[in-house]
Design a protein around this ligand. Structure first.
Ligand SMILES: C[S@@+](CC[C@H](N)C(=O)[O-])C[C@H]1O[C@@H](n2cnc3c(N)ncnc32)[C@H](O)[C@@H]1O
Length: 272
């Protein structure tokens, strides 16, 4: 399949999930939260990392922003211009509702990340992704090329992502969900037809979707190859993905469940 076909399939899958996410009390809580000044949905790890990066007065973009809950939280931390990019018009519509409730000005742009128009090039001091965006990317190298072109020289990319090791497990596996079921090094697209309602677990006729395993070294190497310099990489034992993955926390033989990465776009004149 061509990259565009994977993206089109995933767009349909995310749009179909949107009404289910909206019906869940997670959305009600966000709506209630964003109606209060300064609300943030960010957990401690993300909040500390954004504070260390310094978002106040900075122009910030989120790739795969979904309903923009994190981007709006960053805006509430004092970011200047904020832009969220996503393929799902349905989730972006929810993001616009949350932004209106918060009274925040935030551009939410419907686009395939691989096709973000050139007018956004070098427009951001900080570009970030969180909680399961890398795995939706059929081509991680091309993804980082987009990150690099959106950043100003000296700007930073921040990822707070599910650890790729989690991709080896299936929490719904009957019997032993702790036994790996697929290779860490799998490179074929993982085709699945379950829905994406990871809040309410609603069953509905879900379009087929495609997930891609990228190892940690695939991710770091792609970042370096795009002209970014690695500044920070940290692995954590806590789960940031669907609650069903909580069963992998607090194990005697713990594997990493999430990671943060910060990489800086090199200044053109200083080089590496
Ligand atoms: C797991 S969600 C991100 C969740 C978000 N970090 C949060 O916690 O609310 C992944 C998002 O990536 C978007 N996405 C997947 N492939 C994309 C692509 N090729 N271009 C743009 N957005 C994409 C999906 O529409 C979805 O909203």
């Amino acid at each position: 399949m061509h990259r565009d076909d994977y993206v089109a399939a995933n767009r349909a899958a995310w749009d179909a999930a949107a009404p289910h996410h909206k019906a869940h009390d997670q959305f009600t809580k966000l709506a209630r939260g964003f109606a209060q000044p300064g609300f943030s949905c960010l957990d401690r790890t993300a909040s500390e990392r954004f504070a260390a990066l310094g978002v106040s007065g900075r122009d910030v973009a989120q790739l795969g922003c979904n309903n923009a809950r994190e981007l709006l939280s960053v805006k509430n931390m004092g970011a200047a211009h904020t832009a969220g990019f996503d393929i799902s018009s349905e989730f972006l519509a929810q993001g616009r509702e949350l932004a209106a409730l918060a009274g925040l000005d935030c551009d939410l742009i419907e686009t395939d990340l691989y096709k973000i128009p050139a007018r956004y090039d070098a427009a951001y001091d900080l570009v970030f992704t969180t909680i399961g965006v890398h795995g939706w990317m059929p081509d991680i190298g091309a993804f980082f090329a987009v990150v690099a072109r959106l950043l100003r020289p000296g700007g930073r990319y921040f990822a707070y992502e599910q650890h790729p090791i989690v991709g080896m497990f299936d929490e719904a596996r009957p019997g032993d969900p702790h036994r790996p079921v697929s290779s860490y090094f799998a490179h074929e697209a993982d085709e699945a037809a379950e829905g994406l309602d990871y809040f309410g677990n609603a069953e509905y006729p879900a379009p087929v979707k495609y997930w891609f395993q990228h190892t940690l070294s695939d991710i770091v190497t792609a970042a370096l190859a795009s002209g970014l310099a690695l500044e920070h990489l940290c692995e954590y034992p806590h789960n940031i993905s669907t609650e069903a993955h909580d069963i992998y926390e607090n194990q005697a033989a713990q594997f990493p469940l999430s990671f943060t990465l910060v990489a800086r776009k090199l200044d053109e004149d200083t080089g590496p």
